[in-house]
Ligand binder design. Structure first.
Ligand SMILES: NC(=O)c1ccc[n+]([C@@H]2O[C@H](COP(=O)([O-])OP(=O)(O)OC[C@H]3O[C@@H](n4cnc5c(N)ncnc54)[C@H](OP(=O)(O)O)[C@@H]3O)[C@@H](O)[C@H]2O)c1
Length: 284
C-alpha cells in the first residue's frame, strides 16, 4: 500500500467514543446507497470496494443508519466487512423512517426504537451496537421517553454507547440526566455553524462531535472565500474543509461521504494537513 496513505486516517490522532478509541477521520456510508440515500447502489461491488479501501486506510469509524436505503446501507456494510476487522466501530442510528425516497419521518416511540435496534443488530450481524445514535428528536414523543428507551436497551446489553443526533444543548443536557451520552452528530461545516453551541457543549463534556455534511453535502462548499483560500493553499475545497474541522476541535470526528475511491483517498490525506493561523482568520 502507498506509504503516505497507509493508516492515513490515524494521522490526525484519535477520539474517544466512551471506552472505544477511533481514528479522527471517519467515513459516512450514506452515499453508498442509491441516489437520495434510497435503495441499493448501481454497482454494489464498487460500494464494497470503497468500504474496504476506507478500512485499509485506517478508517475505523463508519457511520450509517437504518434509514439509509432504508436498511440496505447497514446490510451493505456487513456484507462488505463482516467479520469486522479488529478495532472497527460501526455507529448506526435509529428514529427516522422512510416511506418513500423524499421523506424522513421521525419515529421516536420506544416501541419503534426497540424494533429498530433488533433490525440493525440483525443487518449488521452484531450482538451489540458500539454506538447507537438517536437520529433526531420526534416532536410527537417526549424526548426523554425516546432516550429512556435507548438507556433500557443499553442496560439489556444491545447498545454499548448512546449517541444523539440533531439535538440542541438543552436536549443533550436532558438526555444526560438519565444516561451517559458518548457523542453528538449535528450538521456542521465551514458554511453552517449553527451547532457551534452544541460543539462547545461537547467540548465542555469531553464527548465526540461528529459533523454531518462536513463537506457541505452534495452541493459542496462553493462560497468564494473557501474556494479562493483553497486555491491559494493549493488544496481542494474538500481538503480545506476537513483540515479546518480537524483543527477546530480535538473532539471533532469528521465523517465525509463519498462513492469515489479517489475522493476517499484525498479525504484521508486531508487528516495530515495543517492550516496556518491566518487561514483560520480568512475563514471566520
Ligand atoms: N445525522 C444526520 O441527520 C445526517 C444527515 C446527513 C448525513 N449524515 C451523515 O454524514 C455523512 C456525510 O454526509 P454527506 O455524505 O451527506 O455529505 P458530505 O460528506 O458533506 O459531502 C459528500 C459529497 O461531497 C462529495 N465529495 C466527497 N469527497 C470529496 C472530495 N474529496 N472532493 C470533491 N467532492 C467530494 C461527494 O461526492 P462523490 O461521491 O462524488 O465523492 C458527495 O457529493 C453521511 O454519510 C451520513 O453518514 C448524517
Amino acid at each position: 500500500m502507498d506509504q503516505p496513505l497507509s493508516n492515513g486516517a490515524a494521522v490526525a490522532g484519535t477520539v474517544e467514543l466512551g471506552d472505544l478509541t477511533v481514528n479522527r477521520m471517519g467515513f459516512g456510508a450514506m452515499r453508498l446507497c442509491g441516489d437520495s440515500a434510497w435503495g441499493r447502489p448501481r454497482d454494489p461491488g464498487h460500494a464494497s470496494r470503497v468500504l474496504h479501501r476506507a478500512v485499509e486506510l485506517g478508517v475505523n469509524f463508519i457511520d450509517t443508519a437504518d434509514s439509509y436505503g432504508p436498511e440496505t446501507n447497514e446490510t451493505m456494510i456487513s456484507q462488505a466487512l463482516y467479520p469486522y476487522p479488529s478495532g472497527v466501530v460501526i455507529g448506526t442510528k435509529g428514529g427516522l423512517v422512510r416511506p418513500n425516497r423524499r421523506s424522513w419521518i421521525p419515529d421516536g416511540r420506544p416501541e419503534h426504537l426497540r424494533r429498530a435496534i433488533e433490525g440493525s443488530l440483525q443487518r449488521l450481524r452484531l450482538e451489540r451496537i458500539d454506538l447507537y445514535q438517536f437520529h433526531a428528536p420526534d416532536p410527537n414523543v417526549p424526548f426523554i421517553e425516546s432516550v429512556g428507551a435507548l438507556a433500557d436497551l443499553q442496560r439489556s446489553g444491545k447498545i454499548r454507547h448512546i449517541g444523539l443526533s440533531n439535538v440542541t444543548v438543552a436536549q443533550l443536557n436532558l438526555a444526560r440526566t438519565i444516561t451517559p451520552i458518548a457523542s453528538v452528530q449535528n450538521t456542521y461545516n465551514l458554511r453552517d455553524r449553527t451547532s457551534e453551541d452544541v460543539l462547545a457543549a461537547c467540548e465542555r463534556l469531553g464527548i465526540a462531535f461528529l459533523p454531518w455534511y462536513p463537506l457541505g453535502g452534495k452541493r459542496g462548499l462553493k462560497a468564494a472565500n473557501i474556494r479562493q483560500l483553497a486555491l491559494r493553499r493549493g488544496l481542494t475545497h474538500a481538503a480545506l474543509s476537513l483540515a479546518w474541522l480537524l483543527a477546530k476541535s480535538p473532539l471533532m470526528l469528521p465523517i465525509p461521504g463519498t462513492r469515489s475511491i479517489d475522493h476517499l483517498e484525498a479525504n484521508v490525506l486531508a487528516a495530515a494537513l495543517k492550516l496556518a493561523p491566518e487561514d483560520f482568520d480568512d475563514l471566520e
